[in-house]
Design a protein around this ligand. Sequence first.
Ligand SMILES: Cc1cc2nc3c(=O)[nH]c(=O)nc-3n(C[C@H](O)[C@H](O)[C@H](O)COP(=O)(O)O)c2cc1C
Length: 334
Amino acid sequence: MADLTTTYLGMTLKNPLIASASPLSASVETIRQMADAGVAAVVLPSLFEEQVELRDLGIHDAAQANQAMLPQALQHIPEMKEYNQGAGGYLAHIYQAKKAVNIPIIASLNGYYSGGWVQYARLIEAAGADALELNIYHLATKPHVTGAEVEQMYLNLVRSVKDKIRIPVAVKISPYFSALAHTAVQLDQAGADGLVLFNRFYQPDIDPETEQIIPTLDLSGAGELRLRLRWAGILAQYVKADLAVTGGVHSGLDILKCVLAGGSVAMVASALLEHGVEHISTMLSDLETWLDVHGHEALRPLHGKLSQPHVADPAAFERANYMHVLKAGFLGGY
Ligand SMILES: Cc1cc2nc3c(=O)[nH]c(=O)nc-3n(C[C@H](O)[C@H](O)[C@H](O)COP(=O)(O)O)c2cc1C
């Protein structure tokens, strides 16, 4: 069997498949099942900045730091406080997950401004998390806030979390930046040990009957992987940070594509919610079979083999792909 070992955030992992943050990692029992099925590490569901007691953790700093953003965050405190067992329960969950399995446990903080709440990263480290995923989930909806200001906010948050803890920090971002390569390099220089590509924003729907805006959560489709493959393939050459691909990883072959593009790891949530956690072993054995059939003894040498600088036609990652698709008539008569 081919050797699937990889490294991510300074950790040696037995394979490149990580269970990304989802309700599956909210229970120690499911974490154990995922570990038994072969997953190399688990990301816990996020603790949201809205859940952390800002008053105790320096709300005044936060208020000074970003008046425009704060009220929106505060609005959700009452409803978010008990989500995922609340902030205190989250620490207990890290501790119990660590005790239950012998694979790395990556905690997740979800927020967008660097206020006092980031002190919580220290407690997460103290509770035993092997690494922290910082999910920066921000929609830039205010016309007076510029792209540069948003990016600065990201950098401030990363620096401030990195300042507080020694465990590695991966930053989960969305693809919605006007100059993503520039932003990625900035995050890398701010100290991100990993970049997780990409957040999926759940888009609300509209119900014309009730005239309500409906929060909606769709699981991903395999086609969503391509956006991630493209950007992993482009960014791998520019950043020291490890790349993790999340969004549309559904099969063993998808894991392989992530690695070929330059990802150190592939993360999965939707496929497990759809097919059950035993799908992990199917994905891993399909990956092993592919490597065996193609005569590869290890996955590692394939890392980044099809990233932008290593392919025969680097322009295929860029605008040229668009021209090619149109010219080659992929639209079948349209
Ligand atoms: C029900 C559900 C809950 C999720 N909760 C979180 C979360 O708490 N924090 C986070 O960073 N991502 C969360 N995600 C996003 C996943 O970790 C993952 O990045 C995303 O679903 C894309 O991967 P997939 O295509 O394998 O689903 C959640 C996804 C789902 C489906």
